[in-house]
Design a protein around this ligand. Structure first.
Ligand SMILES: Nc1nc2c(ncn2[C@@H]2O[C@H](COP(=O)(O)OP(=O)(O)OP(=O)(O)O)[C@@H](O)[C@H]2O)c(=O)[nH]1
Length: 203
């Protein structure tokens, strides 16, 4: 069984939990606790392969809590970076997060870091502050997957994006010698318990 570890990153309220819960359960739930770090588990089958998916959904990454990024950056095999199309600040924050991911993997990761950039809340396009082209070009600069989505209204696009990202992670893991840096001795659950004190979720 392959273990795949993803981290969700983005501004407060960008819709990280909504996007993830949409993918894992096909449902949209309006409100989520935002002051806790959560680790979600799900068994999946992609291309006939059984996967053990773990997704870390940290509480919001404000400027002051920048250090919170360090553990997921080290731990994850791939990243989902979420911004809101109706909030330019969240887009600028996503840009910073992408730069931090690249910087943290510069020495250890020879190939591309599997990342998916999601412009969420597409249903709020009447109050759009970030164009689709801006999102697309930021994704191209950083060699990551990109799509605008609406966790509130759409399942399929989100599911397809996660699936593409997981395929990319599986490809990268095949080519890497240091496949499981943390599993066993230093799991994310332990890291989170140590650093933050947290809940684990299964869906
Ligand atoms: N209109 C609309 N609202 C959304 C969408 N996705 C999430 N929301 C709403 O945006 C708010 C924040 O969503 P969350 O999923 O909690 O965002 P988050 O990024 O996990 O937030 P933190 O946990 O605070 O970091 C909630 O009120 C959601 O109902 C969407 O696609 N469209």
């Amino acid at each position: 069984m392959n273990d795949i570890k993803l981290a969700l990153l983005g501004s407060e309220g960008a819709g990280k939990s909504a996007v993830l819960v949409r993918f894992l359960t096909k449902r949209f739930i309006g409100e989520y606790a935002s002051n806790t770090n959560s680790l979600y588990h799900k068994r999946l089958s992609i291309d006939g392969r059984q996967l053990n998916l773990e997704v870390f959904d940290p509480c919001s990454q404000s400027e002051e809590s920048k250090c919170i990024l360090e553990e997921p950056l080290d731990w994850a095999d791939g990243f989902v970076v979420v911004y809101t199309i109706s909030d330019r600040t969240s887009f600028l924050n996503a840009k910073n997060i992408l730069a931090q991911i690249k910087e943290s993997r510069r020495e250890t990761c020879k190939g591309e870091v599997p990342i998916c950039l999601m412009g969420n809340k597409q249903d709020l396009c009447h109050s759009r502050q970030v164009s689709d082209e801006e999102g697309r070009s930021l994704a191209q600069e950083n060699k990551c997957l990109f799509q605008e989505v609406s966790a509130a209204e759409n399942y399929l696009e989100i599911s397809n994006l996660f699936t593409k990202l997981i395929r990319h992670v599986m490809e990268q893991l095949k080519h890497r010698g240091d496949r499981r840096r943390y599993s066993g001795s230093k799991s994310m659950a332990k890291l989170i318990n140590n650093v933050f004190g947290k809940r684990r979720k299964s869906v």
